[in-house]
Design a protein around this ligand. Structure first.
Ligand SMILES: NC(=O)c1ccc[n+]([C@@H]2O[C@H](COP(=O)([O-])OP(=O)(O)OC[C@H]3O[C@@H](n4cnc5c(N)ncnc54)[C@H](OP(=O)(O)O)[C@@H]3O)[C@@H](O)[C@H]2O)c1
Length: 247
């Protein structure tokens, strides 16, 4: 088996996933980067590879396709033989009032934000177990959202699919933490990534959480001993969760 610790990070062609990949390589992990658009992913892979470090590979495809998830697991198995960290991070968000929610919009959000998280984790179990056998521990990090903790107006489909990610992460913890596989849900408020582009006219990037902040939180989880797990991390902007004075 490859002695290098390794990770799969979905949604790593920009934003949070890209920052996490850069951090993981600093920590010595080889990485399989996964995202939908091949050209964008290739540019991100080149940026990551420009810094010397453990191997990086990129696989482009949609996590909504089950066959692609099998491909990702097969590739990572052949390349690394074990999986120390799976980060289910790919996500989509569409600002849509409840009145305009359609079956198509729901299916799209569910397929990427929820179904892929459960399926890829399930398919990765043998690889995660191989890491536990080799190094005593492995981990799954699922990117939920502040909207998964407290549903947000005009983000009904997104909020619901991100709340489901929290439910799954808790189940994973209950089922597999004693077998050495830790589960962590990350719940950020507004992060300065392409996903936040439609809010830039009301919130400046300097007031948003930085992708690197999320990467630092994930770094902390990678450095803990096998006997310590962090089930959930909430990262807020200072203005979040504060009631206005007239509420
Ligand atoms: N930004 C925020 O304010 C915020 C807050 C809380 C949680 N989050 C969550 O953080 C995660 C990362 O988002 P981000 O903010 O970093 O935004 P981002 O920069 O837009 O990243 C989204 C990533 O997901 C990939 N992706 C989307 N659909 C995919 C699919 N069907 N198959 C494979 N990859 C797919 C994208 O690839 P392509 O570009 O090729 O589609 C991209 O790499 C998401 O789960 C998001 O819900 C974001």
């Amino acid at each position: 088996m490859n002695p290098t610790r390794s990770a799969i990070v979905t949604g790593s062609s920009s934003g949070i996933g890209l920052a996490v990949v850069q951090m993981l390589r600093e920590e010595g992990y080889g990485v399989t980067m996964v995202a939908r658009r091949a050209e964008k992913l290739s540019t991100a892979e080149q940026l990551v590879s420009s810094v010397p470090g453990p191997p990086v590979h990129a696989l482009a495809g949609s996590v909504a396709e089950e066959g692609f998830l099998d491909e990702v697991v097969q590739f990572h198995t052949a390349t690394f033989g074990a999986l120390d960290l799976l980060m289910n991070n790919a996500g989509i968000a569409s600002r849509t009032p409840v009145a305009d929610i359609t079956a198509e919009l729901l299916d799209e959000h569910y397929a990427v934000n929820t179904r892929a998280v459960l399926l890829l984790t399930s398919k990765s179990l043998p690889l995660l177990q191989a890491a536990v056998a080799a190094r005593g521990t492995a981990q799954v990090v699922n990117t939920s959202s502040n909207a998964g903790k407290r549903g947000e107006a005009n983000l009904g489909a997104y909020s619901a699919t991100k709340a489901a990610v929290l439910g799954f992460t808790e189940a994973l913890h209950q089922e597999l933490s004693t077998a050495g596989i830790k589960a962590t849900a990350i719940c950020p408020g507004l992060v300065d990534t392409p996903m936040a582009d439609d809010t830039r006219d009301v919130v400046s990037p300097s007031e948003m959480i930085a992708p690197r902040d999320i990467a630092e939180a994930v770094r902390m989880t990678t450095r803990l001993s096998a006997s310590c797990t962090v089930p959930e991390i909430i990262l807020l902007r200072p203005t979040d969760w504060i009631l206005p004075p007239d509420a």
